[in-house]
Ligand binder design. Structure first.
Ligand SMILES: [Zn+2]
Length: 499
C-alpha cells in the first residue's frame, strides 16, 4: 500500500473532447481505479490548459471574453468526463490563482538563477500548435511551409522574447534518457535521445509579447510579456498537487507521479519538462507513460484532420460508459497506432462484452434463480476453473503493473470463455443439484468482474449488485472468500449490436 499520483495532460479547450482525449483519459482512469482497488491512496488529476493565442482568438471570434469561453469549456470537459465515469480527484484549470502563483514563482526562480534571458526570435510558427517549426520539421505545400500536424500554412514571426536556457541541460537530459527508466515504453526515450544527439538541445522561448498574446500569465519580471502557454501548462503537475502551498501533500504524492501523455507531446514532456524540474530542484517524475494514437483513414484523430469521432455518438451506440471504455482499453496500445473503424468497435463489443461476459452473467443468473431459488452456496470452486482463475489473477496483475491494459482484458476474456465452455460441458440445467457448478461460476464471475472494474466500473458495479458481491481488493491476504451468493437479478448487461 502506498501513494499513487497519476495525471493526464491538461487539454486545450478550444473544442470539446473527442475519442482521442477519451483514449488518454480513460486509460489514466483505469490505472487510477486499479491502484485504488489494490489499496493505494490515489490522486488522479486532469484539467484544462486555459491560456494562449488560440483561445484568445477563438473568444474574439465568438465575441466573448476568454474567461467566459474557458469557464464554459471547463464545464463541458467535466460533463464529458462524467459521461465516461472518469474518477478524477482534482480538475485543474490553469486560470486558478494557486496555479498562477506557482508559474510566477518558477519564472522568478529561473530568472534569478540566470536560466532565463532576453533575445529576439524569428521563425515559422503554427498558431494551432503554438509552436515554432524549423526547416525539416515542417512540411511544404506549393513551396510554402505548412504545419505537419494541422496541415495549415505557418506564419512568419519575429519578436523579442525570453528564452529558457534549455541548452544547459543537454548532458543532464542525455544521462536521464540513457540511464533512468522514466519514459515508458523505452523506445520513446531512444527517440528523444536520438533527436538530442543529432540536433543538440537549444534554448526555447518561454514568453510572448503581451500585445500579441495578452491572454496568459504575466511574466513577473516584465509586464510586457505573458508566459508561453507550454511552460505555464507543464507546471500544472506541480501546482495541482500542492507545490508551495501544501508541501505535505506534495511530498506524499510527487515521488509517485505518473504522467500519461500521447506521443505528440513527448518532446515537451521530456526535454522541456525534465529540464524545468531540474532547474527547480524538483525530482523527475517516476514514470512518463506514452501512448500511440487512434487513427482514422491514416491520420491522427483530431479537429484539424476533420475525422473526429464524438464521445456522445460512441455512448449512444455502446449503451453507456462501459462499452466505450472497454473498446478503448481493449485496443489501447502504447507503441503502435490503431486504425479505428465502426466494424472493429462493434465486433469487440459484440463478441467480448455481449457474447462472452454479458452472456455468462445472464446464463448464470437465470440458472441460479431457476435451479437454486436464487441462492448458491459452496465451499470451494471446481478445480477445472480454479487453476485458470488463479492464473488469470496473476497475469492480470502483472499486465496492469506494466500498464498493459489490453493484455489484462484479454486474459479476463479468456477466462470467461472457459467459464462459458464449462457451462456447456457440465449442463447444470440438467442436474438435480448444480450448486457446485453454479457456485464455481459465480466465483469466476466475481473475480472477473473485479478485474474488469477499473476498465468498466459501471457494468462491473451493476453485475456485483445483481449477483450479490462486493468489489474488493482481489489480492488481499487472506483472500476474502464468499460462501454464499444471493442472486437478485438475471441481468442483461449488454444489448448486442445488429451488424
Ligand atoms: Zn500545428
Amino acid at each position: 500500500m502506498g501513494s499513487f499520483y497519476i495525471t493526464t495532460p491538461i487539454y486545450y479547450p478550444n473544442a470539446p473532447p473527442h475519442i482521442g482525449h477519451a483514449y488518454t483519459t480513460v486509460f489514466a482512469d483505469t490505472i487510477a481505479r486499479y491502484h485504488r482497488l489494490i489499496g493505494d491512496e490515489v490522486f488522479f488529476m486532469t484539467g484544462t490548459d486555459e491560456h494562449g493565442l488560440k483561445l484568445q482568438r477563438a473568444a474574439e471570434k465568438m465575441g466573448i471574453s476568454p474567461e467566459e469561453l474557458v469557464d464554459k469549456m471547463a464545464e463541458k470537459y467535466k460533463w464529458y468526463w462524467s459521461l465516461l465515469d472518469i474518477s478524477y480527484d482534482h480538475f485543474i484549470r490553469t486560470t486558478h490563482d494557486y496555479h498562477e502563483r506557482v508559474v510566477k514563482y518558477a519564472m522568478n526562480k529561473l530568472y534569478q538563477d540566470g536560466l532565463i534571458y532576453k533575445a529576439s526570435y524569428a521563425g515559422w510558427y503554427c498558431v494551432s500548435c503554438e509552436k515554432f517549426y524549423s526547416p525539416g520539421e515542417y512540411i511544404e505545400v506549393d513551396g510554402k511551409p505548412y504545419c505537419p500536424i494541422h496541415r495549415k500554412p505557418l506564419e512568419w514571426l519575429e519578436e523579442e522574447t525570453y528564452y529558457f536556457k534549455l541548452s544547459e541541460f543537454e548532458d543532464f537530459m542525455k544521462d536521464v534518457l540513457r540511464n533512468r527508466r522514466i519514459v515508458y515504453p523505452e523506445s520513446y526515450a531512444q527517440e528523444i535521445l536520438g533527436k538530442i544527439e543529432k540536433d543538440g538541445l537549444h534554448d526555447v522561448s518561454i514568453a510572448r509579447p503581451k500585445e500579441r498574446v495578452w491572454w496568459g500569465i504575466e511574466v513577473p519580471f516584465d509586464p510586457d510579456y505573458t508566459v508561453y502557454v507550454w511552460f505555464d501548462a507543464l507546471l500544472n503537475y506541480l501546482s495541482g498537487i500542492g507545490y508551495l502551498e501544501d508541501m505535505d501533500k506534495f511530498h506524499k504524492y510527487w515521488p509517485e507521479v505518473h504522467h500519461v501523455i500521447g506521443k505528440d507531446i513527448l518532446w515537451f514532456h521530456t526535454a522541456v519538462w525534465f529540464s524545468i524540474l531540474k532547474a527547480l530542484d524538483v525530482p523527475l517524475p517516476k514514470k512518463l507513460l506514452v501512448h500511440a494514437f487512434l487513427i482514422n483513414r491514416g491520420l491522427k484523430i483530431g479537429k484539424s484532420a476533420g475525422n473526429v469521432i464524438a464521445i456522445e455518438d460512441l455512448i449512444d451506440r455502446y449503451q453507456d460508459s462501459s462499452g466505450v471504455r472497454y473498446i478503448l482499453m481493449r485496443l489501447f496500445n502504447m507503441a503502435k497506432d490503431i486504425e479505428v473503424t465502426t466494424e472493429l468497435f462493434d465486433s469487440i463489443y459484440n463478441s467480448e462484452l455481449a457474447d462472452t461476459y454479458g452472456n455468462l452473467v445472464r446464463r448464470v443468473g437465470v440458472l441460479v434463480k431457476k435451479k437454486l431459488e436464487g441462492t448458491a452456496e459452496g465451499e470451494e470452486i471446481d478445480e477445472e476453473l480454479e487453476k485458470p482463475l488463479r492464473e488469470t489473477l496473476r497475469i492480470y496483475r502483472e499486465a496492469m503493473d506494466e500498464y498493459d491494459v489490453s493484455k489484462a482484458l484479454t486474459a479476463i476474456m479468456d477466462l470467461l470463455r472457459r467459464a462459458n465452455a464449462y457451462i456447456n460441458e457440465k449442463r447444470p440445467w440438467e442436474k438435480q443439484d448444480p450448486s457446485k457448478e453454479l457456485y464455481t461460476l459465480l466465483e469466476t464471475i466475481k473475480y472477473s468482474t473485479i478485474m474488469l472494474y477499473p476498465a468498466i466500473p459501471r457494468a462491473a458495479q451493476k453485475t456485483a449488485d445483481a449477483l450479490g458481491y462486493k468489489i474488493t481488493n482481489p489480492y488481499q491476504e487472506p483472500p476474502s472468500t464468499q460462501k454464499k451468493y444471493e442472486v437478485k437479478q438475471a441481468l442483461i448487461l449488454f444489448k448486442k449490436i445488429k451488424v
